[in-house]
Write a protein that binds this ligand. Structure first.
Ligand code: ZN
Length: 329
């Protein structure tokens, strides 16, 4: 399918092959990290299954009644279960909706689809309720789950799904793809590293304002650890950066400091990333145990932000920078 992201093509072909042979399971689990495009693959699969009149094998026509209903968000044979808010759990009451939904016959074709995204957001009670449905799947039901952390799903749920792993393929191909998206070739390896290797997230990190804000973080880390920059000043410097992004970038830099301290290659070193002398010096000077303690505290702050809507970004950022100062003392 030509419009799909290139690295999704193998999984797409596999799904279509299963469908052609009549071997598409009643439950499919798409596994792959955040920013790998799982949602795009789900959309393509759903569109192809709900299209009355696929133009080419597996590809939705875009014009039939099924495609029009899907585009309007009102196809009666599709139910999407997502958390009420990003980062929150999918709850048991939501999963119970599936019972009533699947009890009715499909309105148009022969398939009723439910998409649970991300399925690793199912809490324990919700996952158990889903398991009961997976144990006795209704005729014509297709349940599609996506998960970046599939290990969080009970093994009993995973084992009842046909699993497809989404991989982004070679770094070389991803860098070529990023070049085609209009990024600056020299910066793309760095953008991909900042995105933890996820191609779709890397596009955000190509943005020059964000890139330069992230570029300043190592200096701020060094300054705060050395006592030459106050934690409040460091927090003010990066006040335009959402705190979750700030924490993720600090955690990434901590990981890189660990690697450098142990003379190990940085992620994507093969793509030509170079190590700055300043970062290497900071790695040599810092105490690994203190960095590990900081990582734990930063993860706690991240959890606090995810679980509390009232936590203010600036307060959290200040607390993170104060925590970082302790690594230098
Ligand atoms: Zn169609």
């Amino acid at each position: 399918m030509s419009t799909l992201l290139p690295w999704l093509q193998p999984a797409w072909r596999q799904l279509q092959e299963s469908r052609r042979k009549g071997q598409l399971a009643h439950a499919i689990l798409l596994r792959g990290r955040a920013g790998f495009g799982k949602s795009q693959l789900v959309s393509a699969l759903v569109a192809s299954l709900l299209c009355d009149n696929p133009a080419t094998p597996g590809e939705a026509c875009g014009t039939c009644r099924g495609c029009a209903l899907l585009a309007a968000g009102s196809h009666p044979d599709l139910l999407r279960l997502v958390p009420a808010e990003p980062g929150k759990a999918i709850l048991i009451d939501q999963v119970r909706e599936l019972g009533g939904y699947f009890a009715l016959r499909p309105h148009y074709g022969t398939t009723k689809i439910a998409v649970l995204e991300p399925a690793d957001a199912l809490n324990r009670a919700a996952a158990n309720a889903l398991l009961k449905i997976l144990e006795e799947p209704p005729a014509g039901a297709l349940i599609v789950l996506t998960a970046a952390r599939a290990e969080r799903l009970p093994a009993t749920v995973r084992s009842r799904c046909q699993q497809h792993v989404i991989d982004r393929g070679s770094v070389h191909n991803i860098l070529t793809w990023l070049d085609q998206q209009g990024g600056h070739p020299a910066d793309n390896a760095e953008a991909l590293a900042r995105a933890g290797g996820s191609p779709l997230r890397a596009l955000e990190f190509v943005d020059p304002t964000l890139a330069s804000a992230i570029d300043r973080l190592p200096d701020a880390l060094a300054g705060v650890a050395a006592g030459t920059l106050h934690p409040l000043s460091a927090a003010a410097q990066c006040s335009k950066m959402p705190v979750l992004l700030l924490i993720d970038q600090l955690l990434r830099l901590c990981h890189e400091l660990f690697l450098l301290k142990n003379w190990l290659p940085l992620p994507l070193a093969e793509a030509g990333r170079t190590v700055s002398a300043d970062l290497q010096r900071m790695a040599n000077e810092l105490d690994s145990r203190r960095i590990a303690e900081f990582v734990q505290r930063a993860l706690d702050v991240k959890q606090l932000k995810l679980s509390s809507a009232s936590a203010r970004d600036l307060d959290l950022a200040e607390s993170v920078w104060f925590d970082w100062r302790a690594t230098g003392q």
